[in-house]
Write a protein that binds this ligand. Structure first.
Ligand SMILES: [Zn+2]
Ligand SMILES: [Zn+2]
Ligand SMILES: [Zn+2]
Ligand SMILES: [Zn+2]
Length: 512
């Protein structure tokens, strides 16, 4: 049993985890191997052994003669292998006794995860027992479209003769439901040299006990070996529930609740969901047409201004918000001008931190980052705009994802990078003094340090882990640059240029 958490039970949350001791932000709470991991129910063909997408051709496993696997040199060594000996023997028997063909497997790749879960019944009976007791909300799915959707899976499993005496389609539906309700998205192995990957689903038997809250106190990552690691994102006191946010923190309450209802079958009543201002961010609010400065939030069929109390019909405001949402769907989200125009336009209707605006601003920041990195001489205007967007996003993230947060870390990293780029450009053009330059670099250093404190818990082999390694090198180089700039500020009459510090010097400082 873990010393970090205890399992509790309540009517509202079912089984959930609480801190068994005071936990510090950044402390590891649990790490979890997947019970099962596999393709989505609507996936294209993947290798049954390593889950690489099989784009044009495949071969079948030599032993069973059924499982489609990677052609050529076979599955790359570095990826985990999922076609177990037991499964292979089971498939071999199918082929010998029922004449099952590889095409049956190819056509039912979307049911592979269910098949593998069911095989655990014999292969890992203890884990199977825990899995079979997970929440599945089966009664709410019965006779719904999702029940019908999984009919093919039921037929496929039945055709394999996998159901034991007395077991019926209910069991298959229950497995489908338990996977839908309890699985986490996992990045599949990337195709070598191309990098694209399938999105897989994994069931993690410890992590699935984390209760949901739209303001989480944990940070989750899944490394390339498919191990899920959960860290405290803020300090958690002994006895407090440990929460994970199963939705997107940067979406408004209506969208989050819809996502939770469809995917997890519950209505969230957390403090953020119960607060129409969404913790003062006004993330789902609109600008009041009466006073023009207050923000309106929806109360049933009315939108009420928090400032002047003006009331407007939902049909009027709801329609305007929907238009903003529809417009974001159709604009080119890689185009700086279209995004700027969109932001200008919807700012007249939506509160400044409305999730649609934040979405557009995040995308614009990404477009500007690419421009700055691509252009040989990016303009000061582009840099300043990108910094402004990062600064607008950060306080919202701090409120809705307090403590350690992946998007916050990346935003802080981006902010630091642009502060350095702009300061260098200004200093080189003699537009700021050495002292101003040093101040800007110190400010960038502060942001980079904060980003690093969060990135350091990311798995080394993830994109965020790679960013962490890069950020760490940049941090060392930046500290060295700052020291040199400070020296030159103090050395009278010396004109200092940033080029004086070579990359080599920055990365490998001489130790006196
Ligand atoms: Zn493979
Ligand atoms: Zn095989
Ligand atoms: Zn909530
Ligand atoms: Zn008003």
């Amino acid at each position: 049993m873990s010393t970090k958490y205890e399992v509790k039970t309540s009517n509202k949350l079912g089984r959930y985890l609480v801190a068994a001791k005071d936990l510090r932000a950044g402390e590891r709470i649990l790490s979890d191997q997947p019970f099962v991991l596999g393709p989505n129910s609507d996936t294209s063909l993947v290798c049954f052994n390593c889950y690489l997408p099989l784009i044009s051709k495949f071969v079948v496993c030599k032993n069973c003669g059924i499982a489609p696997i990677c052609p050529g040199d076979g599955c790359p060594e570095q990826f985990a292998k999922w076609h177990s000996r037991q499964e292979c023997d089971f498939f071999r028997n199918l082929k010998l006794n029922k004449g099952t063909s590889p095409m049956t497997m190819v056509q039912n790749v979307g049911s592979l995860l269910v098949l593998r879960a069911l095989l655990k019944q014999n292969d890992s009976p203890q884990e199977w027992k825990v899995f079979s007791e997970l929440e599945s909300h089966l009664d709410r799915r019965r006779d719904s479209s999702v029940w019908e959707y999984y009919d093919n899976t039921v037929k496929f499993i039945q055709s394999l003769g996998l159901l034991e005496n007395g077991q019926n389609q209910e069991l298959v539906q229950q497995i489908c439901a338990a996977i839908d309700v309890n699985s986490f998205e996992v990045r599949g192995p990337p195709i070598p040299a191309i990098g694209c990957a399938e999105v897989l689903r994994g069931v993690y038997l410890q992590a699935t006990l984390l209760a949901h809250d739209c303001v989480a106190n944990t940070h989750m990552s899944i490394n390339d070996n498919n191990v899920l690691v959960c860290h405290a994102s803020t300090d958690i006191k002994k006895g407090e529930p440990i929460y994970y946010n199963y939705t997107d923190a940067l979406k408004g309450t209506a969208i989050r609740q819809q996502h939770l209802m469809i995917g997890k079958y519950f209505k969230c009543t957390c403090s953020r969901c119960s607060d129409v201002t969404e913790m003062g961010t006004y993330m789902s609010s609109a600008v009041c047409p009466a006073c023009k400065t207050g923000y309106m939030s929806q109360h049933g069929e009315l939108w009420v201004c928090h400032s002047c109390k003006n009331e407007t019909e939902h049909s009027v405001v709801g329609h305007k918000v929907q238009c903003c949402s529809d417009k974001l769907e159709v604009i080119n989200k890689k185009d700086e001008k279209e995004l700027e125009e969109y932001i200008r336009y919807v700012s007249l209707v939506l509160a400044p931190n409305h999730y649609l605006l934040l979405d557009a601003k995040q995308r614009l920041a990404g477009v500007l980052r690419d421009i700055i990195n691509r252009e040989p001489r990016p303009t000061k205007k582009v840099m300043r705009r990108k910094m402004e967007l990062c600064k607008e996003l950060l306080p919202v993230l701090e409120t809705l994802s307090p403590g350690i947060c992946r998007i916050k870390a990346i935003t802080l990293y981006e902010l630091h990078a642009t502060i350095v780029q702009l300061a260098k450009k200004l200093f080189d053009a003699r537009e700021i003094t050495g002292a101003d330059f040093a101040d800007e670099l110190l400010c960038a250093e502060k942001h980079l340090k904060h980003a690093l404190e969060m990135l350091v818990i990311e798995p080394g082999n993830s994109p965020e882990g790679e960013l962490c390694a890069k950020a760490l090198e940049e941090y060392r180089a930046l500290k060295l640059t700052i020291a040199k700039v400070m020296d030159s500020v103090h050395a009278e009459g010396k004109v200092y240029k940033i080029e004086d510090v070579t990359e080599e010097e920055a990365l490998h400082p001489e130790i006196d």
